[in-house]
Design a protein around this ligand. Structure first.
Ligand SMILES: Cc1cc2nc3c(=O)[nH]c(=O)nc-3n(C[C@H](O)[C@H](O)[C@H](O)COP(=O)(O)OP(=O)(O)OC[C@H]3O[C@@H](n4cnc5c(N)ncnc54)[C@H](O)[C@@H]3O)c2cc1C
Length: 330
């Protein structure tokens, strides 16, 4: 599959130049990609697409529903020389108040899932929600995904981040991922290819897009038992973490053998606030948006925490949250 040889087709009176008769339809600057039901929209606020509920607009935003539309979106970006940013559920992202230039591709409409009852193999599209998948696995009597129920991301984001909780992580169950690579080819990557370590994979910071993943679970358990374990994990999270306020979960990676939350708490920062961003009183490795925080508030609080923990413990905390766009210290 080559995706960079198609006709050029975009026009926008201010920025983009029509270059082909086989054009996408342009209607009030909304661009319809040909051969798809896919629409590229300008200046879409990303605050509603991130769990922090902050962030400026995407210069362009598209949410393809299938691979053809995803390929058309990438082709559009290539032809218009737009940098691409991939957005899953936005649950591990801090988007700058200035927004993101280029094309933001939201994957949450890439949906399908297939449970192989005999083998326990589960193949899921990148946009499927992790909590929903955990509940479905439980209903099928598949063990091995109970730990994931409290992670509010997509399959694509979880594969890229090697998401994990309760001593489980994606690497433990990962078989392979189908990835749309920068050169336009669809390739299958195995665990070895992704070089999984703690909350890290080789896909981070790259230009490849996960389109679907296959996981190995253990079939044949009593659905009621798996559901009970899943429920237990969910309740534990609700009792120990501030799920009632917008956040990105843990802000910093744990600098083993320490826990980032403990270091932050011992530095006297629990409850510390900059603007409307606060170190969560319930869990010091969470920064919560108390209502009306800006990305800049959160960014400045991250830097403040790093500075203080460094002073107290000589440990450099490394953010787990991905910061995108331009940030400036206040
Ligand atoms: C309340 C709360 C609790 C959380 N608890 C946990 C936890 O216990 N464990 C944990 O690991 N995380 C946790 N998180 C963080 C977050 O949910 C995970 O990191 C999750 O895997 C991110 O998935 P996402 O779809 O939201 O990715 P996003 O935040 O949208 O993106 C994260 C990164 O992945 C890239 N990306 C996303 N999708 C794709 C794709 N299809 N192809 C290529 N790149 C892609 C993005 O470009 C970005 O760099 C928590 C977050 C919240 C808000």
């Amino acid at each position: 599959m080559t995706i960079f040889s198609a006709d050029t087709y975009i026009c926008d009176s201010e920025k983009l130049i029509a270059s082909s008769k086989k054009t996408a339809q342009v209607d009030n600057k909304v661009i319809y990609l040909p051969g798809t039901d896919c629409v590229v929209r300008p200046k879409v606020s990303l605050a509603g697409y991130t769990s922090y509920r902050v962030g400026g607009p995407a210069e362009w935003y598209v949410a393809p529903r299938d691979i053809t539309a995803l390929e058309a979106s990438i082709r559009y970006a290539y032809e218009q020389s737009l940098p691409v940013t991939v957005l899953g559920a936005g649950s591990n992202l801090l988007v700058s108040d200035c927004g993101i230039s280029g094309l933001v591709i939201g994957t949450r409409h890439l949906r399908h899932s297939h449970f192989e009852e005999e083998t326990g193999l589960v193949t899921v599209a990148a946009g499927e929600a992790i909590p929903g998948l955990a509940w479905q696995a439980a209903e099928h009597g598949f063990q091995g995904f109970e730990w994931a129920v409290g992670i509010p991301g997509t399959v694509g984001g979880a594969v890229v981040m090697n998401a994990g909780a309760h001593n489980g992580c994606i690497a433990d169950i990962f078989v392979s991922a189908e990835v749309l690579c920068e050169d336009g080819t669809l390739r299958t990557f195995t665990s070895e290819d992704l070089g999984y370590t703690y909350r890290t994979s080789k896909l981070q910071g790259g230009k490849n897009i996960v389109t679907q993943a296959t996981f190995q679970l253990q079939p044949g358990a009593d659905p009621a038992v798996v559901t009970a374990t899943t429920k237990h994990h969910k309740e534990h999270r609700l009792n120990t973490q501030p799920y009632d306020k917008p956040s990105c979960g843990s802000v910093f990676r744990n600098p083993k053998p320490y826990s980032a939350g403990w270091l932050i708490e011992q530095s006297g920062l629990k409850g510390y606030q900059i603007g409307k961003a606060q170190v969560a009183p319930r869990h010091a490795n969470f920064i919560i948006n108390c209502g009306g925080a800006s990305a800049c508030d959160i960014f400045n609080l991250i830097r403040h925490i790093q500075h203080n923990v460094k002073e107290h413990w000589s440990i450099a905390l490394e953010p787990e949250v991905k910061m995108i766009g331009n940030f400036k210290m206040a």
